[in-house]
Design a binder for this molecule. Structure first.
Ligand code: 5RP
Length: 259
């Protein structure tokens, strides 16, 4: 690993080995998602509790002031919308590496979908990008999803996560599931969990805790933070689990105390 890559990785993964990534890239396939209608206004008070921001390039350019002091993990895959269910996540490259560099990114995020007829396209799209990004010392975070019907199952999520790592991803983002330690143990690169659809705050905090206990290095969470009844309190509580070893109960008490 060269200096640039190491430097970027150390900006993403904090000295304690953990990270809180704030995902706000949803607009690339969901449009004006609830909570992100004014992305800039939502994100600003959350930044002090996030280690990394994960936006799209349009989200970054239009809503985030360039003088913020936070590493950016830029979403560079897309091409389908939430209205196109059969092709959802049949993603290709949406941002050229040159533009990613111009935006001074610390990492890039690329989605793969394993277990669909078009899996090959997403896997080759990601590897193409990994070759480009590695040339400039930029790590790639693989957002792994599995085909419809395969569910959130350790068998399939470990397959997709291991594949992403073997294909060259530096970090893997995947969903929390039962027996998650098996996903972590068989993946040679650090894993962060996605938040997924909004669930009650108590459950999201429990999930973050369980994921860390199972060996995840952190979270890359979106809707469960910005769609919370109190997004600032929620990210503070998530942060306390990831970085301060809070138990789910303590973190939930912190959440409630901020209301
Ligand atoms: C899609 C994504 C999302 O855009 C987002 O990053 C997911 O975050 P969350 O599930 O926590 O809302 O990764 O594949």
């Amino acid at each position: 690993m060269d200096w640039g890559m190491k430097n970027r990785m150390s900006r993403i993964i904090q000295k304690d080995g953990h990270t809180v990534m704030l995902a706000v890239d949803h607009g690339y396939f969901m449009g004006p998602t609830t909570g992100l209608e004014d992305l800039g206004k939502m994100v600003k008070p959350l930044l002090p509790y996030a280690d990394v921001l994960m936006p799209t390039r349009g989200g970054l350019r239009n809503y985030i002031p360039p003088d913020i002091d936070i590493p950016v993990c830029l979403r560079v895959s897309g091409g389908t919308s939430i209205l196109n269910e059969t092709n959802l996540l049949h993603e290709g490259i949406t941002v050229d590496i040159e533009d990613a560099i111009r935006l001074n990114v610390a990492a890039i995020a690329f989605s793969i979908l394993v277990g669909q007829p078009f899996e090959r396209d997403t896997l080759l799209g990601m590897t193409e990008y990994i070759d480009e990004a590695n040339r400039y010392g930029i790590p790639v975070l693989a957002v792994t999803a599995v085909g419809k019907g395969l569910g959130k199952d350790a068998r399939y999520l470990s397959l997709a996560s291991r594949m992403a790592a073997e294909l060259g991803a530096s970090i893997v983002k995947t969903y929390y599931c039962k027996d998650f330690e098996k996903v972590v143990e068989t993946c040679p690169v650090p894993i962060v969990i996605a938040g997924g659809k909004k669930v009650p705050e108590k459950d999201a905090l429990q999930m973050a805790y369980d994921a860390i206990q199972a060996g995840a290095i952190g979270v890359d969470m979106g809707r469960n933070i910005f769609q919370s009844t109190n997004p600032v309190a929620m990210i503070q509580s998530v942060n306390s689990i990831v970085h301060k070893k809070y138990k789910p109960k303590e973190a939930y008490m912190l959440f409630k105390s901020k209301k």
